[in-house]
Write a protein that binds this ligand. Structure first.
Ligand code: GLU
Length: 334
């Protein structure tokens, strides 16, 4: 008798398990958000968005309301950064990505690195945190400003990263090329801090939100973020000439040993998608973030200053995706 009961209950279990598996497999739609290196803020951004979406999906499932949202599930893998993400969205490999405001602009307009490869279907979703462009130099390199990088070993970032692109724009503005440095490296954002602390490179340029754990590691080994002179200098020209750049400050005390504000220029981190992505998906992603906003902001200290009104206006040069617009109108934000 006991054997029969055990047999029946395990059969029932297999039946129930396979039934619920087919239900989930049939109704869930999977998509990908491209991020950045595992030690950056983009990786946290993509994963925070997925977390908010899954949280909304769970409460909708538990409510068992008929006709509620399709079950969307996402992954946010680490990637090469902004331009890589936009390229993958263009190819239809990723549905969303995090990208710097300057590269969003260039991709949709076919300028700079995107000349001849214009991506007219690129769509803005919202902007996130500020990303001051930072040049970190190790103590022994005795560098005080950009000019002091002459003859030094400098990491300009991996191809495909936003940091690489923006470093090249800065170099252009300063009237220098790779030959100005002793040598350049193409390390990823997650490799550069160790290389700096080990003395393998003298400096790196990086656009990233703050506070950031990896930069704190650099500060702890004695490295410093250099101020970039704006007033009257060539970088002021960069800021004046483009909406996607702004003056930026890393306040004193952000990192160990940082006694003064670090002034520089910066971009916004933005979330982008394609006009080929269905409106309902974009709507659900935006809704999940905006309706769990306090929780979203807690996912990384760089999100603390975020305001919904700014997120739908600042740093966006591609048209807003219609699914995002639908939510903003419905929520009375537009
Ligand atoms: N802004 C960097 C880039 O586009 C990524 C920064 C981050 O990972 O937080 O390459």
């Amino acid at each position: 008798m006991r054997k029969i009961i055990t047999f029946l209950s395990s059969t029932l279990l297999i039946f129930v398990a396979s039934f619920s598996f087919t239900t989930v497999a049939k109704s869930a739609e999977f998509f990908t958000i491209g991020t950045g290196g595992p030690t950056g803020v983009y990786f946290q951004t993509g994963n925070a968005i997925c977390k908010m979406l899954h949280k909304s999906a769970i409460s909708a499932d538990h409510g068992r309301k008929k006709g509620t949202a399709k079950a969307y599930r996402c992954t946010a893998p680490s990637t090469g950064g902004s331009n890589y993400n936009i390229g993958q969205i263009k190819e239809g490999e990723f549905q969303f990505g995090v990208a710097q405001s300057d590269w969003q602009f260039h991709a949709v307009n076919g300028s700079s690195k995107w000349e001849g490869k214009q991506f007219k279907g690129l769509r803005a979703v919202f902007s996130v945190h500020n990303e001051p462009f930072q040049i970190w130099a190790r103590k022994k390199a005795k560098v005080k400003d950009f000019k002091g990088l002459k003859g030094k070993v400098v990491n300009i970032g991996n191809p495909g990263s936003g940091q690489r692109g923006t470093m090249e724009e800065l170099m252009k503005a300063m009237g220098v090329d790779n030959g100005y440095f002793k040598s350049t490296t193409e390390l990823t954002s997650s490799e550069q801090v160790k290389a700096l602390c080990d003395g393998k490179i003298d400096a790196f340029g990086y656009s990233v939100g703050f506070p950031n754990g990896a930069m704190e590691q650099a500060a702890t080994c004695g490295a410093k973020a250099l101020p970039i002179n704006l007033v009257g200098g060539p970088v002021q020209g960069l800021i004046d000439g483009a909406d996607y750049y702004a003056a930026a400050t890393i306040p004193a005390g952000t990192y160990t040993g940082q006694k003064k504000d670090v002034t520089t220029f910066g971009v916004k981190a933005t979330v982008v998608t394609s006009n080929a992505v269905e409106a309902d998906l974009v709507y659900q992603v935006v809704k999940a973030v905006f309706e769990n906003f306090d929780d979203f902001k807690k996912q990384h200290p760089a999100f603390a200053p975020l305001k919904k009104e700014d997120m739908i206006a600042d740093g966006l040069s591609a048209p807003l995706h219609e699914g995002a617009k639908r939510y903003y109108k419905e929520a009375g934000l537009m």
